[in-house]
Each structure stands twice: as C-alpha cells, then as structure tokens.
Design a protein around this ligand. Structure first.
Ligand SMILES: C[C@H]1O[C@H](OP(=O)(O)OP(=O)(O)OC[C@H]2O[C@@H](n3cnc4c(=O)[nH]c(N)nc43)[C@H](O)[C@@H]2O)[C@@H](O)[C@@H](O)C1=O
Length: 332
C-alpha cells in the first residue's frame, strides 16, 4: 500500500509536468496541476483528466499563500519557468521576474504558513554551469551562467538552498541536464531536428536550418529524468542532485544520428547554417557527473542517446503518417 499524497505540479502542461503528472497519478497520488492560461488548462484536462488543473498567478505572494492554505499539499514540484534560453535575451526581464520571484513567492508562502515539512522541488538547470571551469560538472562546480535564463536559475537555485538552510524548509533541487522527448516544443533544437528529419524523410521539405552545430550537450531521455525528480523528493532529506547521462554529444552528432535513423547518410546536403540562430553567448560544452544521484538515490538513466533520438524521429514520422499532427506524445 502506498501512502496517497496530495501533490502540486507547477508548469503542469510542460514536457516534464505532463510526464510527472502521468507517473504520479499512476502511483495513486492526488495531483493538482497548476497552469497559467485557459488554453493550457484545456490542454492538460484532455491530456490527463486525472490531474485537477488550476490556473494560478504565482506572481503575487497572496495568491500563492491562499492556494497553499486551501490545498495543503504534501509535495510541490515547482517546474514552471520561462524555459527558453534563446528567448531569454529578448525577454530578459520577464525571464528573471518569473523564474526568480515566482519561486521566491512559493518559498515565502511556505515559510509564512510554517509548512516547512511540505516537500518542495525546484527545477534547477545545467545552464547554471554555462562556461564551466572543469568537466564533468558536479554539485560542487562553480556556477558561471551565460544567459539571462542561466542567471535566473542560479538565483532561484540559491534561494531554495537558502530557505532550506535558514528555515529548515524541506526543499530540494534537481540540476537537470538537457532531457528530451517528443513532448518537447520545436523551439528547442532536438524536436526541431526530429520534426525536420521526419518531414525530409517523407519528402515534405528539403532543408534544415540550424545555428552553431559544434556545441555539445549531455542529452538524456525526459521520462528517466522525471523518475529522478521523484526520487529526489522521496529521499529522506532535502538535497541537491545532478541528473545527467555523463556523455556529451555535439549538435552535429545529434543531427547525424537523427538522419541515420531514417537511413539518410548524406544528410549535410540538407543543412543550412544561419548565423542569426547563434546566441550572443552560448553554453559550448557541458557534461554532468550524476554520481551522487546514482549512489544516494540509486538513479540511472535507462534510455541511450541513439534510442532517444530514434524515438523522437519515429514519433514525428507517426504524426505525418497518421495525419494526426496535433496529437501529443505519451510515454508508454
Ligand atoms: C538544460 C536546459 O536545456 C534547454 O536549453 P538549451 O540547451 O538552450 O536547449 P536548446 O535546444 O534551445 O539549445 C541547445 C543548443 O543548440 C544550439 N542550437 C543550434 N541551432 C539551434 C536552433 O536552431 N534552435 C535552438 N533552439 N538551438 C539551436 C543552441 O545554441 C544551444 O547551444 C532548456 O530546456 C532549458 O530550459 C534548460 O534548462
């Protein structure tokens, strides 16, 4: 028998929020999914009717405090954020405001209500490492963000650690390296590639335009990382954990693997480089050391890089072949 918990997910209509909602409901928990708009609410209700969706503006302390008083959750996964690094230069104020101050509102509301045993998870990010001094990155590596998004995540991360140390809040962070699935929006490069490769394979287009393809990332499979997030919050004490595969691949390798999964070897003929897609400053290379999570949480990623890329391309092929372009992917 599991003990049924009341669990809140902010950012419940995003990739990780959707996967997490499915897993928590399947485990028997009562889940409230917080979204920002009526469109997101309608989407979440059709994607996972078992999650109780609610629109909440977490930009004010009062609204967050009222929500907490009413709902009394056992756990909160705070995943909501302005998550596009690329857009964070043009949308810098909004990115900082949302990612830092909304997080602060949750922490302050929990503290004011003395809900220190309510478990709080914060989605920290490998973007906090930015230009790392050493490879691979661990929980101890000096943070050197390279974008307004990265700066916002560093600030929010340190706030969470501070509320844990200052007030005894059960607050943990998952420092997640890039994690992908067919639920990714096409503003992120992996889905942009998988969709383009599927369309090229089906003769619907003949080019793929990218920015810097020499960058490298430690890319993993999102459902594996959501399992890790659950383990982080289920751990008996609050802490900070890196989730990563430990392998970094260039974007060029990602694209080559995606094209090879549909049998296209001479893929570079489809590629155009557009310097407008190159960021003012980019994270050139990151790779994570998830030793701590592997040891303390017994977590490890199950899906390989090649399998992840193939699953993404296969889903985009399926959408074209069935004509169901608006269908959202669900993990099996
Ligand atoms: C961990 C972290 O993971 C994600 O952030 P991201 O790594 O910036 O993800 P992305 O897919 O936008 O870019 C990856 C790399 O790919 C390069 N790149 C080249 N050409 C294109 C291109 O055409 N589009 C995009 N988007 N990127 C391109 C781009 O310059 C960058 O170096 C978010 O979930 C974020 O929230 C988060 O926390």
């Amino acid at each position: 028998m599991i003990s049924v918990k009341k669990i809140v997910i902010t950012g419940a209509a995003g990739q990780d929020g959707l996967i997490l909602g499915l897993k928590l409901v399947a485990a028997g928990h009562k889940v409230v999914g917080i979204v920002r708009s009526a469109d997101q609410k309608a989407f979440l209700e059709s994607y996972n009717p078992a999650v109780k969706s609610e629109i909440l503006d977490s930009s004010t302390l009062t609204s967050v405090r009222e929500f907490l008083e009413k709902n009394q959750p056992d756990q909160i996964y705070h995943l909501s954020a302005k998550s596009s690094v690329a857009n964070s230069w043009s949308d810098s104020e909004n990115t900082l405001q949302t990612n830092i101050f909304h997080t602060l509102n949750w922490l302050n509301a929990l503290n004011e209500l003395k809900m220190h045993s309510t478990r709080f998870y914060h989605a920290s990010s490998s973007e906090m490492f930015g230009l790392p001094k050493s490879h691979p990155q661990t929980e101890e590596t000096l943070l050197h963000p390279r974008s307004p998004y990265g700066v916002s995540k560093v600030a929010a991360h340190h706030l969470v650690v501070n509320y844990r140390e200052s007030f005894g809040q059960f607050a943990s962070t998952g420092i997640l390296f890039n994690h992908e699935s067919p639920l990714r929006d096409i503003k992120f490069v992996t889905r942009k590639i998988s969709q383009a490769v599927a369309e090229i394979a089906r003769g619907k287009r003949d080019s793929l335009t990218l920015g810097n393809i020499e960058i490298s990332r430690d890319w993993g499979w999102a459902p594996d990382y959501v399992d890790g997030m659950i383990s982080i919050l289920e751990h008996d004490s609050p802490d900070d954990f890196i989730l990563a595969t430990g392998e970094s691949r260039t974007l060029k390798e990602f694209a080559a693997t995606a094209f090879q999964s549909v049998g296209i070897e001479d893929w570079e003929k489809y590629l155009t480089i557009d310097s407008a897609l190159v960021r003012p400053a980019d994270v050139i290379s990151v790779v994570g050391n998830s030793h701590k999570a592997r040891q303390m949480l017994k977590w490890s990623p199950a899906v390989s890089f090649e399998s992840m890329v193939k699953r993404m391309v296969d889903f985009d092929l399926e959408l074209i072949d069935t004509g169901e372009m608006n269908r959202s992917w669900k993990p099996e």
